[in-house]
Structures are given as structure tokens and as C-alpha cells.
Design a protein around this ligand. Structure first.
Ligand code: DAH
Length: 365
């Protein structure tokens, strides 16, 4: 028999323990303090629990009376703790309600606090123009397999064009390394693998390359376009790209020129230039006789279709890709790409858009 049990074996002892416990419970001013009392008395190693364990060693008559008294004590203490908990909970709620009350007479904060970032704004504009041409938005992961980023796009590991894209590689095992996607083109592959033609998608998103200067940042955004069906030809590619560029820049007669080029995933391939003027060091878009490169495009290479299980004898189509910040810089006169990612609130106030004042073509009648 333990000392504590023997020292508590009279009704008086239990009575005084109860009195002191009830005082402590009444004094507890936080839920945490209350919980401490509960654990120290009723927990696995608590005082009352310990006393319960000593019952077995008592003579039968004592065990009966002492056991019954302990049970009553336990019930009363539990009930007192619960009651105190309710009071503390109600007080805490009152305090919270008082603190969080809404002052309906307070005037609203000016709507000019935040701005829509020019990249988000430009993505919105691009989506609404292509949506009106029947394109859907597709997505792919930023952390990509070399297979989708290069190999399936007709860029085998031996291909010199892989070196053009200074790639961030991630620690990886297996046949294909893991990379931060260098282009949005892998979304073409992912879309064709899970969707049968006809396909008409655009895929805006982040892309990554180890570059840093006035026109290159390690992270930037591109938008990819892909159209696959049985009849689409180069004339459709030209019309689609031309319509987009004229709508985006809001210049109906913007000259658009297709220049033969090379991309591994298209054949034939073209780079697209738009009309501009650079007179006096100032860049102006329009019919001024000078040209500015704006995007890459072409007819999807038969090997790319084959890699996606699409029969190139039956299906064909076009693809294009362009830099979103580049479009934003030209449209909104932003001179340095790096500033897009500086998170400078003064820059955002200057170049950003008010959320309720966005020129969104999709919202026009
Ligand atoms: N992925 C290319 C790049 O990052 C851009 C591009 C060119 C995408 C031609 C295309 C395309 O889909 O057909 O430079």
C-alpha cells in the first residue's frame, strides 16, 4: 500500500483533497491551466488514477468504502473541470467577438491598393482572344521529364538544338533526366497523348532557362498553341497567328511576316515578324517598314505526331510558341524584362492594372 493511499484513506482526507482541487479549478484562468489539472489528477499517471491503482492492496472492507469515495471524487472533479471549461470557453468567445466586431461605418479601403501584374493581364488577354477562336486552355507541369521537354518533340539527346536552351536539371535517376521545362512545347505532347484530334489548345505557363540580362530571366512565361485535325494547313496557321497579333496589339493593319526558320518539332517552320519603327531609338509597332521578331511556329512534324500515337498520314496541324513578357513589354512599353520579377510595388503601381478596369476582350459584347 503506498503512503499516499494510506494518507488518504479517511473520508476527511478525500474531502480536503477535493476542496483544494475545486479551489484550483475555480482559479484556473485558461483552458491550458485547466487541462494541466485534469492530466495531473485524472490522466494516466494522475494522482487520483494512482490512488485507484492502490485499491487492490487494501483489505476488502476498506477497499469498498475508499473505492466508492474515490469514484465519487473522480466524478465530481471531472464535472467541475467540464463546468469551468464551459465558462472559460464562453469568456474566450465573448472576447473574440468583441475584438473582431466589424465597424460598418468605417469607409472602404481605396480600390487602388492592389494591381493586376502585367504578366497576368497579358495571359488574360491572350486567353480571351484565342478563346474567341475556339481554343481551350491546357496545362502541364513545370517540373518536366526530358522526354516530354525534348525527346518526344523530335529533339534527341544528340541534337545540337538542345544546347540552345540553357536548362536547369534536377537530381534524377533513370533514362530521362528531370528538368524545369525550358518551353511550353511539352504541353503539346501531353495533350496529344491524352486527347484524340481534333485538338485546338493554348498552354500559357512558366518556363525556365539559365539566363539573366535585360531580355532574359531564369523564369519567364510562354504560351504554346496547337491545332491538330485532318484538314488544317499552313494557310490556317498564317491566318490564326495574324488575327491574334492584330487583335492583341489592337492594330488592324499590323504587318505580319513569316520568315522560314528551323524548329525540330515543326516542318516547315517559320519565325514571325511584325511591322515596327525604331526611328530615334523609340520602338513603335505598325506599318513603318522595319521588322521585329515576335514568335516561332510551323506545321507539326510527323515524328512528333508519331511519338504521340497519332497517324501523320491522317492528321496534321500547326503549333506556335511565344514569350508572354515579350508581348507585354511591346504592348505596354516596359523596357526591362527583369523588372517583371523584382516584386517592386512602385513598378506594379505604374505598370499594373486595376482589377475592375481590365480591358478584357472576352467581356466585350
Ligand atoms: N518552343 C519554342 C521556343 O521556346 C517556341 C516555339 C517555336 C514553339 C515553334 C512552337 C513552335 O510550338 O511551333 O523557342
Amino acid at each position: 500500500m503506498s503512503d499516499s493511499a494510506s494518507s488518504l484513506s479517511t473520508a476527511d482526507d478525500i474531502g480536503s483533497l477535493k476542496a483544494s482541487l475545486l479551489t484550483s479549478i475555480g482559479d484556473a484562468s485558461t483552458s491550458a491551466a485547466l487541462e494541466e489539472i485534469r492530466v495531473s489528477m485524472l490522466g494516466k499517471k494522475g494522482r487520483i488514477t494512482d490512488l485507484m491503482k492502490t485499491l487492490g492492496g487494501l483489505p476488502p472492507d476498506q477497499r469498498k468504502t475508499f473505492g466508492a469515495a474515490l469514484n465519487v471524487l473522480k466524478t465530481e472533479i471531472s464535472a467541475a473541470i467540464d463546468a469551468r471549461q464551459k465558462i472559460l470557453g464562453a469568456a474566450a468567445l465573448q472576447e473574440k467577438l468583441a475584438k473582431e466586431s466589424v465597424d460598418v461605418t468605417l469607409s472602404p479601403r481605396p480600390a487602388s491598393e492592389g494591381r493586376v501584374h502585367p504578366t497576368s493581364q497579358t495571359i488574360d488577354e491572350i486567353i480571351s482572344i484565342f478563346a474567341s477562336m475556339g481554343f481551350e486552355v491546357a496545362k502541364g507541369p513545370n517540373i518536366e521529364s526530358e522526354y516530354y521537354n525534348f525527346e518526344a518533340l523530335n529533339l534527341p539527346s544528340s541534337h545540337p538544338a538542345r544546347d540552345m536552351q540553357a536548362t536547369f536539371f534536377l537530381p534524377s535517376e533513370g533514362e530521362y533526366k528531370t528538368v524545369l521545362r525550358t518551353q511550353t512545347s511539352p504541353v503539346q505532347i501531353r495533350t496529344m497523348l491524352k486527347q484524340k484530334p481534333p485538338i485546338r489548345i493554348i498552354a500559357p505557363g512558366r518556363t525556365y532557362r539559365c539566363d539573366y540580362d535585360q531580355t532574359h530571366t531564369p523564369m519567364f512565361h510562354q504560351v504554346e498553341g496547337l491545332v491538330i485535325d485532318e484538314t488544317t494547313h499552313m494557310g490556317h496557321l498564317k491566318g490564326c497567328v495574324m488575327d491574334f497579333l492584330r487583335a492583341f496589339f489592337g492594330i488592324d493593319d499590323l504587318p505580319v511576316r513569316f520568315r522560314p526558320s528551323y524548329f525540330p518539332f515543326t516542318e516547315p517552320s517559320a519565325e514571325v515578324d511584325i511591322g515596327c519603327s525604331r526611328k530615334g531609338g523609340e520602338l513603335k509597332l505598325g506599318n513603318y517598314g522595319d521588322w521585329l521578331e515576335i514568335l516561332g511556329c510551323g506545321m507539326v512534324h510527323p515524328n512528333v505526331l508519331k511519338n504521340c500515337g497519332i497517324d501523320p498520314e491522317k492528321y496534321q496541324g500547326f503549333a506556335f510558341g511565344m514569350g508572354i513578357e515579350r508581348l507585354a513589354m511591346l504592348k505596354y512599353g516596359i523596357p526591362d524584362l527583369r523588372t517583371f520579377f523584382d516584386a517592386d510595388i512602385r513598378w506594379l503601381k505604374h505598370y499594373g492594372f486595376l482589377p475592375l478596369d481590365i480591358p478584357n476582350a472576352a467581356l466585350k459584347g
